[in-house]
Design a protein around this ligand. Structure first.
Ligand code: ZN
Length: 163
């Protein structure tokens, strides 16, 4: 496994539509492992393949309930509404308020290309919507209510004694 470089806003790869995965090749398995490692390394709750420069319909998510791998995911139903803060590893240091469905139903394939379905609520629903948008070249910044704002990292603002 290896960390992959995360593409940031302005990189044209983030604006493209990803291709469907037809077969789980060794190379794509390695991609999934690398995406998980990269997401955890960056303390993210989700990562989509185009964020590491690969235009395939693959996302990984972990909102604190364990890793999920979604291949060719599709939202089949949405319900309700939630408005809250959202950020993105491809837009470092920023956040903004986005309105998303409160609940989504999802169909996807797992890393062994076995189909499964699940219902997601709250943060997981938000993460699913955010990551699936990436597969169609949509960045959350286009959905922000109002303006993006800077995220203040408390660790960085603490006074650190110099050596
Ligand atoms: Zn993102």
């Amino acid at each position: 496994m290896a960390l992959r470089q995360i593409r940031t806003l302005g990189d044209p790869v983030l604006e493209k539509t990803c291709r469907t995965v037809k077969e789980m090749t060794p190379r794509l398995r390695e991609l999934v492992d690398d995406m998980l490692e990269t997401m955890y390394d960056q303390d993210g709750v989700g990562l989509a393949a185009p964020q590491v420069g690969v235009l395939r319909r693959i996302v990984v998510i972990d909102v604190g309930e364990g890793p999920m791998v979604l291949v060719n995911p599709v939202i089949t139903e949405t319900e309700g509404e939630q408005t809250g803060q959202e950020g993105c590893l491809s837009v470092p240091g920023k956040a903004g308020e986005v309105t998303r469905p409160e609940t989504v139903k999802v169909q996807a394939l797992d890393r062994d290309m076995q189909p499964f379905e699940f219902e997601a609520h709250e943060l997981l629903a938000r993460a699913v919507c955010h990551e699936l948008d990436h597969l169609d070249g949509v960045m959350y910044v286009s959905k922000v209510n109002g303006e993006l704002h800077d995220v203040v990292n408390e660790e960085e603002t603490e006074e650190v004694p110099e050596d």
